[in-house]
Design a protein around this ligand. Structure first.
Ligand code: ATP
Ligand code: MG
Length: 153
């Protein structure tokens, strides 16, 4: 149950989110069953939600990371959205390359190795899925993870 897994993952990050005044919201309530490596999918969600928290705007009021899960035929789409720093268009693909970090996050002194999204992409692709993002600087970022439902038995 992907929804349950995401809920559990978000709970484990709640403390960090609270300390940064970022509100975590899981918009999906109903279970979505897929065949996947729980530990690895948890690792992907952890990095994506962590990124949403890490790259939030310090001075902003209503900071959030929202997750939505939607079943679409034999696929499931996970959306992780934040209203944080955002990523300039020229880096939308680059951020999935190892060790790549956007210069502005370095200015904000946010710690990281630049491997999270690279690892997420590998895990998602090994499951037969895709990952991409939409983002606008100073507005926010949405990362999309599409996974095949797989064998539900
Ligand atoms: P780590 O290996 O600890 O995850 P990281 O967070 O720097 O380090 P990635 O998760 O791969 O590495 O992200 C790469 C870069 O993409 C980040 O350094 C940041 O510049 C940018 N980025 C990723 N997610 C977001 C986001 N939600 N908002 C703004 N920038 C982001
Ligand atoms: Mg990261």
């Amino acid at each position: 149950d992907l929804t349950g897994l995401v809920r559990e993952t978000m709970r484990s990050i709640e403390e960090l989110a609270r300390s940064k005044q970022v509100r975590l919201e899981l918009l999906t309530k109903e279970p979505v069953l897929i065949r996947a490596d729980q530990k690895r999918i948890k690792q992907v969600i952890t990095n994506l939600v962590n990124n949403g928290i890490k790259y939030s705007k310090e001075d902003s009021q209503e900071k959030y990371v929202r997750v939505r899960i939607e079943r679409k035929g034999d696929k499931v789409l996970i959306e992780i959205s934040d209203n944080g720093l955002g990523i300039p268009k020229e880096y939308h693909e680059k951020v999935f390359e190892r060790f790549f970090r956007v210069g502005t996050v370095m200015d904000h002194r946010v710690e990281g190795t630049g491997l999270g999204l690279t690892i997420a992409k590998q895990i998602v692709e090994l499951h037969g899925g895709r990952i991409w993002l939409e983002s606008e600087p100073n507005v926010g970022t949405t990362v999309f993870v599409e996974l095949p439902v797989g064998d539900e038995r």
